[in-house]
Design a protein around this ligand. Structure first.
Ligand code: NDP
Length: 389
């Protein structure tokens, strides 16, 4: 039995992880579930999966959750600090990091520190503090298995290979709902449109990141740390069908890819079951449905977020942390119609330009950088809203 804690169980990755568990009750047992504020779904999940404990980050929802689970032997905690403690419990084998954004960093670090196996969806953890996270994982002999479909693909392609024989990796990007669009179109798009991803059904933040190609930029940084690559070894290509999940090109010119239907349950199940491949009855890829797989260059000029993120990758230090913080702020503003789609890149770039650079940040530096960057971006947002009246 693999005893699982799901951080962010009420989200897109969290609910799909529970589907995988429900399909494999002989292999997995739920120990901990957690949500930010969606108490209703957390209660429902707790009643169905009967974990040892649940955590609701929003402390104002504690009583509601506690009362609803009163008759069940389930411990109820509130606040993110509780989560950082609970992930260290002895009865947990694997922690699924599926909280969105910087908010997911501490609990993943706490879990690594406690020696838990990590199935990592929360890419922001590696974007913000990849070097530190991977160093800690190395020291604690902790395995981090990627859940992100592109990184899961690369992880699978690298099995049995010598990392020194890798020439480069090629991350595929669907291009999102605005593939092929130009700035005159993008300046008027709204969140409702940007949320309509053609291939994947995901949480709001990553859906906007996919539409702006920031997601691919974040993934470049995530890949660098996960696989220990040089910046020059990380490439991106647009592949609108999302069938080839990513590729590795080796020094002999050979290219390996991993393919499948765009269904996050596959990489989630792979990460949870690794090193075993578990059987399932999910829909199979039928190549007759995809007579044409296409590949094209990414438009870095129109989708400036991708260029900004690539620059942040090369700049290193605390710049990816600034990038992430500014992006979280503008994505939230865009979701509330408070900033335009193209303006998001401007705000992120401005923030990167003003936050002091730190070449070798500590965890405290990252925490401080995150706060400072958010404050600047919020200031820029306020100014831009004032100037639009
Ligand atoms: P969702 O927004 O759907 O879910 C996020 C989860 O995290 C929810 O359970 C949410 O709780 C919880 N949460 C959010 N903020 C906090 C906080 N401050 N403290 C504690 N818990 C919090 O996101 P996704 O599932 O789409 O994405 C999760 C992560 O996985 C992201 O990092 C994303 O980039 C990555 N990922 C997602 C993919 C996908 O297909 N969805 C694909 C690849 C990677 P509540 O419901 O209460 O708000």
């Amino acid at each position: 039995m693999n005893r699982i804690a799901i951080l962010g169980s009420t989200g897109s990755i969290g609910t799909q992880s529970l589907e995988v568990i429900a399909n494999n009750p002989q292999l997995f047992e739920v120990e901990v579930l957690s949500a930010n504020s969606n108490s209703k779904l957390l209660i429902e999940q707790a009643k169905q999966f009967k974990p040892n404990a649940v955590v609701i980050a929003d402390e104002s929802k504690y009583k509601e959750v506690k009362d609803a689970l009163l008759m069940l032997p389930i411990k109820v905690f509130a606040g993110n600090k509780a989560l950082d403690e609970i992930v260290t419990w002895d009865n947990i084998d694997t922690v699924i990091g599926a909280i969105t954004g910087f908010a997911g960093l501490n609990s993943v670090l706490a879990a690594i520190y406690a020696g838990k196996r990590i199935a990592l969806a929360n890419k922001e953890t590696l974007v913000v503090a990849g070097e530190l996270v991977m160093q800690l994982a190395y020291e604690k002999r902790v395995q981090i298995i990627p859940v992100d479909s592109e990184h899961s693909a690369i992880f699978q392609c690298l099995l049995g290979e010598d990392i020194n024989k890798v020439e480069k990796i090629i991350l595929t990007a669907s291009g999102g709902p605005f593939l092929g669009r130009k700035p005159n179109y993008l300046q008027n798009v709204k969140a409702s449109h940007a949320l309509q991803h053609p291939n994947w059904n995901m949480g709001a933040k990553i859906s906007i990141d996919s539409a702006s190609l920031m997601n691919k930029g974040l993934e470049m940084i995530e890949a660098k740390w996960l696989f220990g690559l040089e910046n020059e070894q990380i490439d991106v290509i647009i592949h609108a069908q999302s069938i080839v999940h990513s590729m590795v090109q080796f020094k002999d010119g050979s290219v390996k890819s991993q393919m499948g239907l765009p269904d996050m349950k596959l990489p989630i199940q792979y990460a949870m079951g690794f090193p075993n491949r578990l059987q399932n009855n999910y829909k199979r890829l039928d190549f007759k449905d995809y007579p044409k797989l296409t590949f094209e260059f990414a438009d870095y000029k129109t989708f400036r977020n991708l260029a900004i993120a690539k620059d942040a990758l090369y700049k290193g230090g605390n710049t990816p942390c600034v990038l992430n913080a500014a992006n979280e702020v503008v994505v939230n503003a865009f979701l509330h119609n408070k900033v335009g789609f193209l303006e998001m890149s401007e705000m992120i770039e401005k923030t990167i330009n003003v936050v002091p650079y730190i070449e070798h940040p500590t965890l405290d530096d990252y925490i401080q950088t995150d706060q400072v960057a958010r404050a600047y971006t919020n200031e820029f947002l306020k100014k831009s809203q004032l100037s639009s009246y």
